[in-house]
Design a protein around this ligand. Structure first.
Ligand SMILES: [Zn+2]
Ligand SMILES: [Zn+2]
Length: 359
């Protein structure tokens, strides 16, 4: 017969019964509960930063890396501006925008930490990302009109999470179709990291890419972005934009982004050109365009690289861990409206070039 007991001592292995219980006061424990995941996330992005730096050298092209979308305690983020800055530094980012939802109360603090200041109000059917505007924007709740007002005021608008965001927000067809009212050359996120912790690409991003291809097939010019939408500092650095620009000041980076001279990435670095026309550019005379060249690097190893044109994967490479893939060929006849490239690393991290458009 076993003897039941209510003595809590018997719920602990005998060897541990006389040890003092390792109990921290709750303040210290709360501190640790916050610090530990943040510290681990910092290790992940520091590791990625070293990897991307080496890949960038292999690619052999100077580029800047940064994130156009994050939140702090000035709206519904749980991280402070200082924590955001610390994580952006750890991630090796050259720029980080803090785009709080309700205005610009974060601005002074951001400037003190070298961060750039944006906004993300809600408008009709979508949120509206706003960069480079030093006044608080109050939406009229009409998507196209609000977009136009931001441009008129000198700001740079973009559409965050155009198909919804992880884990469970899925936009309706009506919401997605509203984007067709926006002018050519608008920017929208094709990778949004909201809710994700170490990699950003998920089914909502696959839906954004599908929507992107659909509109590109209609002949629209839309530049893709990769942003964290971090609501906690742990998420900063898991996705970013690689930007081809001569300098890393806010106006120059904005100009490059608006021109589509960037790619969205979780780790691989890449470049795509047709002759002398880079990403975001338009080929007007295909006979004189020159060859299509691509260059993709990831020192962790590439699993797959593919050419997407006019809504279809047209060519696929399986580099099986090779760290650099370069290719050149005449502009293929299947490229009618646009061509873009995608890369996946051996650990599943993705990168998407912006398109070269064909008129
Ligand atoms: Zn949003
Ligand atoms: Zn957001």
């Amino acid at each position: 017969m076993t003897e039941s007991t209510t003595d809590p001592k018997h719920e602990v292995m005998e060897a541990f019964r006389d040890r003092p219980v390792r109990r921290r006061d709750s303040g210290e424990r709360d501190e640790l509960r916050r610090e530990k995941p943040l510290g681990l996330a910092r290790s992940v992005v520091e590791h990625t930063a070293r990897r991307v730096e080496a890949s960038r050298e292999l690619l052999g092209r100077p580029l800047f890396r940064g994130d156009c979308h994050s939140h702090s305690q000035h709206s519904d983020g749980i991280g402070t501006v200082a924590e955001t800055a610390e994580m952006a530094r750890a991630a090796g980012l050259d720029f980080q925008w803090v785009t709080d939802h309700w205005g610009l109360t974060q601005a002074t603090e951001c400037r003190g930490h070298g961060l750039w200041v944006g906004q993300e109000p809600g408008t009709e059917h979508h949120h509206l990302g706003i960069l480079g505007l030093d006044r608080t924007f109050t939406p009229s709740m009409q998507l196209a009109a609000d977009y136009a007002s931001v441009v008129e005021m000198g700001g740079t608008p973009y559409i965050p999470h155009p198909a919804g965001w992880w884990p469970a927000t899925v936009y309706t067809a009506e919401q997605k179709n509203a984007l067709r009212r926006l002018p050519d050359g608008f920017m929208m996120e094709i990778i949004n990291g909201a809710g994700n912790l170490t990699t950003a690409y998920d089914y909502t991003d696959a839906a954004a890419v599908a929507l992107w291809d659909e509109m590109l097939c209609d002949g629209r010019h839309i530049h893709g972005l990769g942003n964290t939408d971090a609501h906690m500092p742990n998420q900063i650095g898991i996705v970013w934009n690689g930007v081809y620009a001569p300098r890393c000041d806010e106006a120059t980076i904005l100009r490059a982004l608006r021109s589509g001279r960037s790619f969205a990435s979780e780790a691989p670095v890449l470049d795509l050109r047709v002759g002398r026309t880079g990403m975001g550019g338009v080929i007007r005379d295909r006979a004189a365009a020159g060859p299509l060249t691509l260059r993709v690097a990831d020192v962790a190893g590439l699993l797959q690289v593919r050419i997407v044109a006019d809504g279809k994967v047209r060519r696929r490479w399986h580099p099986d861990g090779e760290t650099l893939l370069t290719h050149e060929q005449p502009l293929p006849s299947y490229v009618k409206r646009y061509v873009r490239i995608e890369a996946i690393s051996v650990d599943g991290r993705r990168a998407f070039s912006n398109p070269v458009y064909v008129r």
